[in-house]
Design a protein around this ligand. Structure first.
Ligand SMILES: [Zn+2]
Length: 150
């Protein structure tokens, strides 16, 4: 895998019309709220009822207090009350380049608990593809005392 994240020039090859709408929505949210170092990622989620919910990365001065776009969007999805089908995250760098971005490990855990069958777009080498959330962390920890989603 290339060390550099591939550029997002437009919708990836093979991206469905519905996911293209997610991509455009995430880009729009990010362009509307982008602040270097503070709001650099937006995520858009397609729900089973057809709606789209979004989330925006909020960076904190203390790193662990930061909120990821994917986690914020998942919270909105749960409020909306419909299962998540598809996830697209977009990163904008201070230089202005845009990239598809996969969920971080923490968000992969959270999505794995609440939307394991959702498909999420990730960079694979120099290309992009959608994979099921449960494939993001093949050896993730599972709590037996607290069921997923509880
Ligand atoms: Zn995250």
């Amino acid at each position: 895998m290339s060390a550099e994240r591939p550029l997002l020039d437009g919708p990836p090859a093979g991206m469905s019309e519905g996911d293209r709408e997610l991509l455009a929505t995430a880009r729009s949210v990010l362009d509307g709220h982008y602040r270097a170092g503070v709001h650099e990622v937006a995520a858009a989620l397609r729900l089973a009822d057809g709606r789209i919910v979004t989330g925006l990365h909020v960076e904190a001065s203390a790193g662990r207090a930061s909120v990821c776009a994917e986690s914020a969007a998942l919270s909105a999805a749960i409020v909306a009350g419909s299962p998540v089908l598809s996830v697209v995250g977009v990163l904008r760098r201070p230089t202005g380049t845009r990239h598809l971005i996969e969920p971080c490990g923490v968000c992969a855990e959270l999505l794995g608990d609440h939307a394991p069958e959702a498909r999420v777009w990730v960079a694979v080498g120099d290309a992009f593809e959608a994979v099921p959330v449960h494939q993001l962390l093949p050896f993730r920890r599972r709590r037996s005392a607290r069921p997923a989603g509880a």
